[in-house]
Structure formats: C-alpha cells, structure tokens
Ligand binder design. Structure first.
Ligand SMILES: Cc1cc2nc3c(=O)[nH]c(=O)nc-3n(C[C@H](O)[C@H](O)[C@H](O)COP(=O)(O)OP(=O)(O)OC[C@H]3O[C@@H](n4cnc5c(N)ncnc54)[C@H](O)[C@@H]3O)c2cc1C
Length: 362
C-alpha cells in the first residue's frame, strides 16, 4: 500500500510517522518545506484536559500522552518540557489583587494557577514536526517537495495525486494542507476550511523567563484577546495574541506578517517586561491556523470517493492534537477503523461539502 500525504505540517508529519511504523509506504508532498507554515510558527503549548467537555477531549488526552511517549521513545530534541500555566491581567497603573513576578513589570498581576506540570507542557513546534518527519523517513517514508495540483482517479475512487503536473500513484490520499486544504474542495467533496491569522514574536530570553506559561487579558482592551506567553526549553519565548482579518495567500511561502499587528504586539510586550526588549526579538512572524465552520477538525474519509482522507481544521490545538490524529488516521487507512481515538465527532460528512464550481482559486 502506498499512501500520499498532501502537506508537510505537523498533521502530515505525524500521520506519516504512524503509517510508516506499520510498514506502509508513505510519500509526503510538501509545497515549501516541512513545518514552514503554522506548524513551525505556533506556540507549541500542550494541555491534557483543557478540551474537557468538548468533542476534542479524548483526542487531546490521547495526544498529550503520545507527546510524552514520543519524546521518550524517540529521544526527541524538540524541547518537550512540562510546565505550569497561570492567568493574569495587564492592569496598567490600577490596583488589582493578585501575585507578582520579579521578571514582569508592575502592570502585570497574576490572578490564578491554571495547571500544574502534570497537565501542561510545551514543545518547539518546528523541531517537533521536523523531528517526526525525520523519524518517518528513517522508517522508509519519502518527502517530495512539490505542489499538489489535483487528484487522479475516477468519480468513485482516487488513485493518486498530481504533483506539479505529474501523476503520483497512490492507494490512499490524505489531504493535510492546513488552511490550503480549501484547494482540495475543488477536487473532493470537502466542507469549508479557512485560515485565521495571528502575529507572533519570538524573543531570546535565555534564563530571564521561568518555565511558566501565561495567559493575560487586558480589561481595557478586549480586542487583544488573550495574550499568550510561552517560554521554551531552548531559551526562547513565543508571544502571540489577537487574530488579524487577513486573506490567505494562495502560496504558503507568500504569508507575510502585517507590520501594524506586529508593532502593536511588540509595544504590548515592552510594557510587560524588560525581558521583551526590541533587540531580543529573534522572529517576527504570523501564521494561519486552519479552521472549520464548527471549530472541530475534519479527520476521516472523504465522502463520495474511495481512498480519499482528510486531516485538517485543528485550529488552536494542532500541535497538541497531531499525534492522536496521525495514529487514528493510520488505523483507519490500514485497518478500516480507528480504535485508539473515536473519530466520529470529526467525520467530514457532518458538514455540508462545498460546491466545487463555487470555488474560485487563483
Ligand atoms: C500564532 C499561533 C499559535 C499557535 N499555538 C498553538 C499552540 O500553542 N498549541 C497548539 O496545539 N496549536 C497551536 N496553534 C495551532 C497550530 O499551529 C495549527 O493547528 C497546526 O500547525 C496546523 O497544522 P497543519 O499541518 O494542519 O497545517 P500547516 O502547518 O499549515 O501545514 C500545511 C502544509 O501544507 C503545505 N501545502 C499547502 N498547499 C499545498 C499543496 N498544494 N501541495 C503541497 N503542500 C501544500 C503547506 O506548505 C504547509 O507546510 C497555533 C497557531 C497559531 C497561528
């Protein structure tokens, strides 16, 4: 069996690894480079039970366990680290009850502890995604740099993809192109997937920032959303906040941050701590997370065509939920059913497919 995975983000890489572990021949087709989009620019924060009460709960719990297992089994050098998370407020001059942190300015008040290291952790998402792809390659998976431009087959079934105009035969095809999976709705019966952009800054903070994730709100600026501060094992700290209403470029390599959004984020960071001085910025970036109409991912068979599968729409939890997605999808493709995680809540058939003639791309 030869499976072609379209897209070398964290979902494609995890799916490749779990298929390759079963001895299945895998080719990942990636238009740019592995982890070049959201999977390389995300925060990398992981939580065991923050999806409790939602259909994502079982997927998140299984994924959280798999992240720890993968680090142990593969000796991964992607900065897996357990951490505590706190919530807080950006209060300016006003007095609010709460704790302080030496490294933070007076304008930040810690209001509550959200988790312990038993339930939250972090990885460096680019290193994680690239590390898993490397592991898959060591088990025989191939990485092909190219653009998937179509699906081959007939009305009932797919038998490959078209890469840069050339056919590539496959017994099964997985669409894992993040927000660009929308493109595949021209070829297959897929519901809407869109991209939501957020800016982020990465600072070289060394040991100045403790291993504590912060979720900060500003009562005077609700448009900020929640500012997320994620210190990582390599001494960098990733900061992100608010969504930017920006169109998704056709070419993933053309994604460019909005200078005004970055300037706004930078000025907020400078109010928070001297650790966030401008000269410490090592990355100014943005990325698009893949989102569906009901906020849940699409994981499973694509209706109407045999041997076609999709795994996308993981929204804000793609780094967390990639391992259990890859594991369950590998089971579905190889055995005909997923056993480790129930994929029923993520069945693409729950949402109305787009009319391919209504999609105008490029
Ligand atoms: C600012 C920010 C912070 C985040 N923080 C977290 C976090 O802390 N924890 C968490 O769990 N999640 C987080 N996320 C969410 C997470 O980043 C995404 O859900 C996840 O990376 C999506 O992975 P993906 O593989 O589906 O898509 P992507 O990473 O977008 O990968 C898709 C790949 O497909 C390729 N591609 C596109 N079109 C084609 C084509 N035609 N042919 C071949 N290849 C193609 C692209 O080049 C790309 O590499 C964050 C997201 C953002 C934006």
């Amino acid at each position: 069996m030869h499976v072609v995975i379209c897209g070398g983000g964290v979902i494609g890489a995890c799916t490749a690894l779990f298929l390759a572990r079963r001895g299945i021949e895998v080719t990942v087709v990636e238009r740019c480079e592995v982890a070049s989009s959201a999977s390389g620019k995300a925060g990398g924060f992981l939580a065991l039970d923050w999806c409790a009460g939602s259909p994502l709960d079982a997927l998140a719990r299984r994924s959280f366990a798999l992240h720890a297992e993968l680090r142990d089994e593969l000796g991964g050098d992607w900065g897996y680290q357990r951490m505590t998370a706190y919530s807080g407020l950006i209060v300016g001059e006003r007095a609010y009850a709460g704790g302080r942190r030496d490294w933070l300015s007076e304008s930040v008040v810690i209001r509550g502890q959200l988790s312990t290291p038993a339930t939250t952790a972090i990885v460096h998402p680019r290193s994680f995604t690239q590390g898993l792809m490397r592991e898959a390659e060591q088990l025989g998976a191939r990485l092909r740099v190219g653009q998937v431009t179509g699906i081959a087959g007939n009305d009932a079934s797919v038998d490959g993809v078209v890469v840069d105009g050339e056919p590539l035969r496959a017994d099964a095809v997985v669409i894992a192109m993040g927000p660009w999976s929308l493109r595949a709705a021209q070829w297959l019966r897929l519901p809407l997937v869109f991209g939501q952009q957020s800016p982020s800054l990465v600072y070289d903070t060394g040991k100045d920032v403790p291993a504590e994730a912060l979720f900060l709100d500003d009562p005077d600026d609700l448009s900020l959303g929640t500012l997320e501060v994620f210190p990582r094992a390599d001494g960098s700290t990733h900061v992100t906040a608010f969504s930017v209403p920006a169109p998704l470029p056709l070419d993933p390599a053309a994604v460019a941050p909005d200078p005004e959004a970055l300037a706004r984020l930078q000025s907020i960071c400078e109010r928070l701590s001297p650790a966030f001085r401008a000269e410490r910025i090592i990355a100014r970036q943005c990325c698009f997370r893949p989102v569906t109409q009901d906020g849940l991912p699409l994981i499973g068979k694509v209706g109407g065509r045999e041997r076609a599968y999709v795994a996308t729409g993981h929204n804000v939890w793609g780094i967390l939920n990639a391992p259990a997605t890859g594991e369950a999808l590998a089971e579905l493709i190889a055995d005909g059913a997923a056993t480790t995680t129930d994929l029923a809540p993520f069945d693409p058939a729950r949402l109305r497919p787009l009319d391919p003639t209504s999609i105008c791309i490029g």
